[in-house]
Write a protein that binds this ligand. Structure first.
Ligand SMILES: Cc1cc2nc3c(=O)[nH]c(=O)nc-3n(C[C@H](O)[C@H](O)[C@H](O)COP(=O)(O)OP(=O)(O)OC[C@H]3O[C@@H](n4cnc5c(N)ncnc54)[C@H](O)[C@@H]3O)c2cc1C
Length: 344
């Protein structure tokens, strides 16, 4: 029997811990139940994983569909292991499972909050690895045809915090399963700052533990101080734009990308704008990690929205760079954008 509730309270379902309610909450735990929901579902609705990249901007949200299909299966070949996890599994627990079984390739992605189903949406990444590096295929349930389509890695159109599921396929279906292609031969990826000090013969478990340790020291724990991780994406600018900023601020950190583009650190831009530790009522910019907006005691998602706009405007005024949110922002009518008029 499918779990369906009306006027459902979502405090436990978003890492900002806002007490929004939704008019209807559907939690299908099988494809049959998903078929059933889809026949009843009408817009606006939102597909919710564990809500660790989602801001409820109002006291009421749209209808929520939270797919809760579970299960992990493993297929081994001589050199590779294919691990398939259903969307309702927890990402970190999946990484832990792989590390325990000595399936290599995901250790750097330890402790990223959220569900397996959401992991391809923004192509989660950390410590020099992103999901795109290890994905074999994604199974996606199409609302229109009520069937499952398989996307290989290239069909997912992965980019920096981006994929086809976030763009042309957004809200048109549900990711039901993710298959990872992992290695049976251990090779550490220690290029990232903080991992480069580990010894060459380090084990996969050591890398996993080190990533956990680094993350715990750098990011506020949402269970203690509600937040959704990095609120903004790191902006990618042209080399001309980068030169303009570098002339003014010679210490600007930069990360060269493909196509002659440069990635800047949004946290640095926010910090240089004097906003690290800034408070606006019951919400604020984190005191140690300026890229994270935190909820000290607010019961209203509007407060984070107002703070995000203030951060965006202040950085724009100082650097002429428009930060774009990584976090998805939901009103009762569906997703909303955070875009200021550049000339305002
Ligand atoms: C403390 C903290 C640290 C973080 N660190 C990182 C990090 O290092 N790297 C990183 O990349 N992210 C990071 N994040 C962001 C977050 O962990 C990821 O975005 C994660 O994938 C969100 O998973 P979720 O299930 O909570 O997604 P939700 O917030 O529930 O949903 C996110 C998006 O995915 C869609 N979605 C969810 N499930 C499905 C599905 N089954 N099918 C289709 N669409 C779906 C939603 O509609 C929404 O658009 C961090 C967040 C926090 C709170």
């Amino acid at each position: 029997m499918m779990n369906m509730q009306s006027k459902y309270q979502l405090t436990q379902h978003n890492s900002f811990a806002f007490p929004a309610t939704c008019p209807a909450f559907y939690q299908p735990s099988s494809i049959d139940e998903l078929n059933e929901v889809v026949s009843r579902l009408s817009p606006p609705f939102y597909i919710l994983g564990e809500g660790s990249n989602t801001l409820f901007t109002e006291q009421t949200t749209s209808t929520i569909l939270q797919p809760n299909i579970k299960g992990i299966t493993v297929e081994e070949s001589e050199n590779f292991v294919f691990v398939s996890a259903k969307c309702g599994e927890n990402w970190h627990e999946l990484v832990n499972f792989c590390v325990e079984h000595e399936y290599y390739g995901v250790e750097n992605l330890a402790l990223i909050p959220g569900s397996v189903g959401a992991s391809p949406v923004q192509n989660i990444g950390a410590y020099g690895t992103e999901l795109a590096d290890v994905v074999e295929q994604v199974k996606w349930y199409d609302f229109k045809n009520k069937n499952i389509k398989t996307f290989d890695r290239s069909a997912c159109q992965f980019g920096y915090r981006d994929s086809i599921f976030k763009n042309s396929l957004a809200n048109k279906g549900v990711i039901v399963e993710v298959t990872l292609k992992l290695s049976r031969k251990w090779q550490a990826n220690l290029t990232y700052n903080g991992l480069d000090s580990l010894p060459k013969n380090v084990s996969s478990k050591d890398v996993f533990q080190q990533v956990i340790k680094l993350r715990q020291s750098k990011l506020p724990d949402p269970n203690k101080l509600p937040n959704a991780g990095s609120f903004f994406k790191n902006p990618i600018v042209s080399s001309e734009e980068f030169e303009r900023i570098k002339t003014l601020y010679c210490a600007v950190p930069s990360y060269p990308q493909k196509d002659n583009k440069i990635k800047l650190a949004a946290g640095w831009l926010i910090e240089q704008s004097g906003l690290k530790g800034f408070k606006l009522g019951d919400v604020g910019v984190d005191e140690t990690q300026a890229l994270v907006l935190v909820n000290y005691a607010s019961k209203n998602g509007q407060d984070i929205l107002q703070l995000a706009k203030h951060v965006q405007k202040t950085v724009l005024d100082k650097f002429d760079i428009m930060l774009q949110p990584e976090v998805r922002m939901l009103s009762k009518d569906g997703l909303i954008q955070l875009t200021l008029d550049k000339k305002a």
